[in-house]
Design a protein. Structure first.
Length: 569
């Protein structure tokens, strides 16, 4: 074939967590799809790969369909495999994909990457000339296109599919017979047409029957029976006419170096509980310290983040927005603290931490998955909910200067012990996130650190810089005033004006945060600063936060150890 490599894209994977997958392109109408050729190397070393297999998993966000297909082997001695994008995937919109690598029944998945499927000028639908059965099923499920299909076209297509199938069976009868001696598998397929309640005319009809997506499909299994009743009660009690968001914080996935009881087999299950509220709330905010970050393996910590991010962003119905904040544990710099205190004598050099950019990549900030606004791909954001007259803001309270280093090459400011906000984020908050707020809107801010300036009482090494600058900005916003925001803390300097005189006073419901692992509330900062307790350990805890703009109240309904509270603003 003269252009056999024309539609082929080649990539190399040398590390499971390395973000080397650029956005890919596909087109509606591609026959036999486009080829993705992957070379697996062992940290850059090309080796024979006799025992691994690869799968390509995808989900079209616009259509809602998903699929998974195996790669075919091109050259195992070079670790090269190929997959062709399936036609069922090629519907206009954004496709999220991942590559799974299986070795000895152990799966490792790459970070998610995006495939952008473009429509063609001549047609917005998949051509019926394709002989891919899944393509027809997708077309039939698109109600807005069904009028385009005439009975004659359908009959022609079905006849072609039947002929193609019969030809395939005839050409491969020896192989089929060898695969299924005695027809055992065929018998199982026939039996699979019955799901225990309904007998379908064909296996295809059963596979194409709409699936009721519920908590049983969540990552980490179904909701525990002991939690379901309380979760159902909480869900039923949500007033969906008001703005509601779940604040789920401090799960600390992983183990803690000095407290074996904190080894968390519970945290991802707790996240399932929070995601169970997906259809009842407008947003779910993970408030930071997603991982505990103390164990030695940096790759292991990155894998934990990837697992947590995948579950948070894609482990539910996706009927609400999902946002993740960064906590002081999330860069896994506790390992560096241990090294500096001499508690890891076997380490010969300072251990590396997870960077701000790696966090942004893992949680897919660049993709703006939920229509939020960010400063580039920053770990802070805001989003307007016009129908509820709410602006939700999420901040990065571990905005550490990574380029300031010690003599040994280690960062001077590392997350576990150095919290705070730098000028770029504070200016973005003052001049973007808190500007052009409609007069009838209410603003709520979420962050990991508390608004009170006291990061870790009794820990002289810990710092919490420029929280006073943030508090001054919020108070100026509430009062519609101008304020000179300044800080002379070395490497955290701030100097700019925040001016809300032309905008005027605005409503601010409160500043919701985690970190303290306990429930607290204060107005000593000039506004509601509300602490949500942690979801660490065997007993879960999170809150559904409701903003009642008519009565200017913030209502908190608790799950597990969390309690019900109410605040005026």
């Amino acid at each position: 074939m003269a252009i056999d490599k024309f539609k082929r894209v080649d990539i190399t994977l040398d590390k499971a967590n390395k973000y080397i997958l650029d956005d890919q392109l596909a087109k509606v109408g591609d026959i036999k799809g486009r080829d993705l050729v992957v070379q697996i190397t062992n940290a850059g070393v090309v080796q024979n790969q006799p025992d691994i297999s690869l799968t390509f998993s995808w989900h079209n966000k616009n259509v809602g369909n998903s699929g998974m297909i195996d790669f075919v082997t091109v050259d195992r001695t070079q670790g090269i495999f190929k997959v062709t994008f399936p036609e069922a995937m090629n519907n206009t919109g954004t496709v999220l994909a991942t590559i799974g690598v299986n070795e000895d029944d152990n799966w490792t998945f790459t970070p998610n990457f995006v495939i952008k499927v473009e429509s063609n000028a001549y047609s917005a639908s998949i051509p019926l000339e394709s002989d891919d059965w899944a393509t027809l099923l997708v077309a039939l499920n698109k109600v807005n296109h069904i009028s385009e299909l005439t009975e004659e076209q359908l009959n022609i297509y079905l006849e072609k599919s039947k002929e193609a199938w019969e030809q395939f069976v005839e050409a491969n009868k020896d192989i089929i017979s060898a695969i299924d001696p005695g027809g055992v598998l065929l018998d199982e397929i026939v039996k699979a047409r019955n799901d225990g309640e309904t007998t379908y005319a064909s296996l295809a009809k059963r596979l194409n029957d709409p699936i009721a997506i519920d908590d049983n499909l969540l990552i980490d299994g179904p909701i525990h029976a002991s939690d379901k009743s309380a979760l159902d009660t909480l869900k039923i009690g949500v007033n969906r006419d008001l703005f509601n968001f779940v604040f789920f914080t401090d799960p600390h996935v992983d183990s803690f170096y000095s407290e074996p009881s904190r080894i968390n087999n519970y945290s991802l299950q707790h996240l399932s509980n929070a995601l169970y509220l997906d259809e009842a709330v407008d947003a779910i905010v993970s408030g930071g310290d997603n991982i505990d970050g103390w164990s030695d393996s940096l790759d292991g910590q990155l894998n934990l983040h990837q697992q947590y991010a995948t579950k948070l962003l894609f482990g539910s119905l996706n009927r609400s927005d999902k946002f993740s904040l960064k906590g002081n544990h999330d860069d896994c710099s506790g390992r560096l603290l241990e090294y500096k205190h001499g508690r890891k004598p076997y380490l010969t050099e300072p251990p590396k931490s997870i960077t701000n950019q790696q966090i942004a990549d893992i949680y897919q900030n660049k993709q703006l998955l939920f229509g939020e606004k960010r400063n580039g791909d920053s770990n802070y954001f805001y989003k307007d909910y016009a129908n509820k007259k709410i602006r939700l803001i999420g901040l990065d309270s571990n905005d550490t200067p990574e380029d300031v280093l010690n003599a040994d090459g280690s960062p001077t400011y590392f997350g576990i012990w150095h919290m705070g906000y730098r000028q770029e984020q504070l200016k973005w908050l003052a001049n973007a996130a808190l500007q052009n707020v409609p007069e009838d809107y209410t603003v709520v801010i979420t962050s990991h650190m508390q608004a009170q300036i006291d990061p870790n009482p009794g820990d002289p090494e810990s710092t919490h810089d420029n929280q006073d600058c943030l508090n001054n900005i919020i108070n100026a916003f509430i009062k519609g005033e101008a304020k000179h925001i300044t800080s002379t803390v070395p490497n955290w300097e701030v100097d700019f004006n925040a001016d809300y005189t032309s905008q005027g006073p605005r409503m601010f419901a409160g500043y919701v945060h985690g970190h303290l692992h306990k429930e607290m509330a204060t107005t000593e900062t000039g506004f509601n600063s509300i602490s949500i307790t942690c979801s660490i350990g065997a007993t879960d805890a999170f809150n559904v936060v409701t903003i009642d703009t008519d009565n200017r109240k913030m209502l908190l309904k608790g799950f597990g150890r969390a309690t019900n509270r109410e605040f005026n603003y």
